[in-house]
Design a protein around this ligand. Structure first.
Ligand SMILES: Cc1cc2nc3c(=O)[nH]c(=O)nc-3n(C[C@H](O)[C@H](O)[C@H](O)COP(=O)(O)O)c2cc1C
Length: 228
């Protein structure tokens, strides 16, 4: 955790991913804004309120849900690497199951949760540019940069002592700052078609504000407030 005390902590993680959290300063409520103005607020401006800045080293966690070839949904935790007008980025190993999934079915959902808040993004998945991938790797912690090289099934199959020795040797051979992204490093962007902000309340029912991208209408979004 970042250690900062705030009213609304961002999703957190422990252990080796301890550098992956952030605490939000949420300044706007989508439902209140929609109700008071009668106009749909810009969902990306709201996202910017709910998510840490891209240069914040404490990255939030997301549940990335994909459609597996079995037809069952699959899900796992990933870091939100960054976000922009084109969508929300995650990075992974190109040999992973999630990449198989999004290659076959380039659609995904992202879920992020805070006490009293939930954000769900449904969208189309496409590959990030080479520049974005390189920059994202450069922003990863030393541990995660090494992990991107060593996180293979062969490595996973080693006895613990060999895993420790291999990790340490790799670290010695590749001093901090010398690593470049392996060829298997892959970035993806989830371009939202639906964004749902959920705000709970202790004194009455929670409320969801849902933005739906109008098909074929560029950046036009519909907005509705629905039951939680
Ligand atoms: C807190 C946390 C953060 C994680 N962040 C990432 C990430 O950013 N990218 C990634 O590929 N895997 C990440 N993982 C590992 C994934 O959850 C998952 O186990 C792995 O990517 C393999 O998933 P797949 O077999 O479904 O492709 C993270 C795991 C945890 C617990």
């Amino acid at each position: 955790m970042s250690g900062e005390a705030t009213d609304t902590p961002r999703p957190g993680a422990a252990g080796v991913f301890a550098d992956t959290t952030a605490a939000p300063v949420v300044t706007r409520s989508p439902s209140a804004e929609a109700a008071s103005t009668g106009m749909a607020p810009d969902p990306f401006a709201l996202l910017a309120d709910w998510l840490p800045a891209n240069d914040d080293p404490a990255r939030p966690l997301m549940t990335l849900s994909t459609v597996a070839s079995s037809g069952y949904p699959d899900a796992r935790t990933v870091l939100l690497s960054e976000f922009g007008p084109e969508g929300l980025y995650f990075h992974t190993d190109s040999r992973s199951r999630k990449v198989l999934d999004v290659t076959a079915t380039p659609r995904a959902a992202l879920t992020m949760v805070w006490p009293g808040r939930q954000l769900v993004v449904q969208g189309d998945v496409s590959r990030a540019s080479a520049e974005e991938q390189t920059a994202a790797y450069g922003r990863r912690s030393r541990y995660l940069q090494m992990l991107a090289w060593l996180n293979t099934d062969d490595f996973a199959a080693l006895p613990l002592e060999e895993r420790l020795a291999t990790w340490a040797a790799f670290g010695e051979q590749h001093p901090d700052g010398s690593l470049e992204a392996p060829g298997t490093w892959a970035g993806f962007v989830v371009s939202p078609v639906r964004i749902t902000f959920w705000e709970g309340r202790p004194d009455t029912a929670g409320i969801r504000t849902e933005f739906t991208r109008a098909s074929g209408a560029g950046d036009s979004w519909g907005c509705g407030v629905i039951a939680g």
